[in-house]
Design a binder for this molecule. Sequence first.
Ligand code: ARG
Length: 456
Amino acid sequence: MWGGRFASGPAAIMEEINASIGFDQRLASQDIRGSQAHAAMLRDVGILTKADAKSIIKGLDAIGEEIEAGTFTFSRALEDVHMNIEARLAELIGPEAGRLHTARSRNDQVATDFRLYIRDTIDQIDVGLAALQKALAAKAEEHAATVMPGYTHLQTAQPVTFGHHCLAYVEMIARDRGRFADARKRLNECPLGCAALAGTSFPIDRKATASELGFDRPTANSLDAVADRDFALETLAAASIAAMHASRLAEEIVIWASAEFNFVTLSDAFTTGSSIMPQKRNPDAAELSRAKIGRIAAAFQSLLMVMKGLPLAYSKDMQEDKEVTFDALDNLALVIAAMTGMISDLAPNPEKMRESAARGYSTATDLADWLVRAGGVPFREAHHITGSVVAAAEARGVRLDELPLEAMTAIDKRITDDVFDVLSVDASVNSRTSYGGTAPQNVRKMARAWRKRLEK
Ligand code: ARG
């Protein structure tokens, strides 16, 4: 393809370090789409004859079918997906195939293919994330009033509902989807026709190829367009944050499923047994989902380092963009699917959650709030009194609502029998009706709103 001025072929090791066909064959369908749009545009502006354009477009269709059917032989000597397809086109339709590469270069070609690939993948990831949100919103609606301990520092803090906890992840995932959508919006410009770096002297119609490929517009600067991989970086950054959220949920599932917590039971479908310990049900899918952030965030870092300090415009360094991106996005899709399955199947254990929620003096804040409300005590003082009440309960080894009234009035006379109304976990969650709070009525309303939104 480029051997005109070369007297000998590449060294074997050169071929090995240079070839990308082993991984960029995944861009084949995008490459064909891009080439067909380019050929049609060349025809429409009169650069290609109707007959040549027709046989090129038909030949590319045939290649697409060969690749689909697995009968296409990719050759490493032909370096990358672009040259493999072009060489096969020449075999199929003859030397007229060489006219396709008029007014373009592999530099704008690969930039176009990769944008198309990432755009397609973002769309698939968005569908996956929406499904995960749906699974979480369904659990939230079902468990709007299921009380569990809420934690800070992984120390029992205040009772919350399991539904509220599920909806916290629905919100995170909504932001994840927003980040992908935002990246998609910015990447949706077409580099095709920027050629090697400077544009072309041929009278091409870049708006036509851009619109044919579903881009909003052509990129505005040819140097930038062949040198830019921001779109992959932004997508990997969004993927890293989404994977981070998934890893937090995965970690919670691992904790909840432990015998010590026993808050949830995972299904057989998403757990494994042990070859030595027959009693085990290991949360492997959750553990792996927790771990995938490693390679996904590393992909972002890897490409960021590849791009750092590269002079304009294209450099072969940029060929290193693909493997890490494919790997990261494949694995994110896997994590999302595994989390969706796990959440749908997960069976909460409300009795155990409620029992834990009642431990750890989780309604101490309710007592302090009650002193403020009923006794007109300043909050700081109420906090102090409540601390003494907790200490008294701790000394007797009882929960707050089990401590006799006399023990409380001995600490502060303003405490009356009415205080018991606020010391149960149900009273506690029921009272948290502020917007965004954990009260079951709030959670039910939010979960329904999410379900409706996600059905659209
Ligand atoms: N395989 C190359 C890549 O992925 C395609 C562009 C190569 N361009 C070039 N002038 N060698 O980046």
